[in-house]
Ligand binder design. Structure first.
Ligand SMILES: [Zn+2]
Length: 68
């Protein structure tokens, strides 16, 4: 169980990563796509969404001027 950002609640909460995943193409590389569920027992919404695992170096630089 990990703390992740929930796109449904727009807040951080306890989540569980489901065991099944698949490799999907993204910008010329393969990234690992996982389904995550927001746990209801932490007052979560119970909704699921996907996350992808990618190298940090692949992140866009659009926020480089936002040093907050
Ligand atoms: Zn949620």
């Amino acid at each position: 169980m990990t703390i992740k950002y929930c796109p449904h609640c727009n807040k951080m909460g306890k989540t569980r990563v489901l065991s099944d995943y698949e490799q999907v193409p993204w910008r010329g590389i393969m990234v690992k796509r996982r389904r995550v569920i927001h746990l209801i027992d932490d007052e979560g919404c119970g909704q699921t969404w996907y996350t992808v695992e990618l190298p940090f170096e692949m992140l866009p630089d659009e926020d480089e001027n936002d040093t907050g």
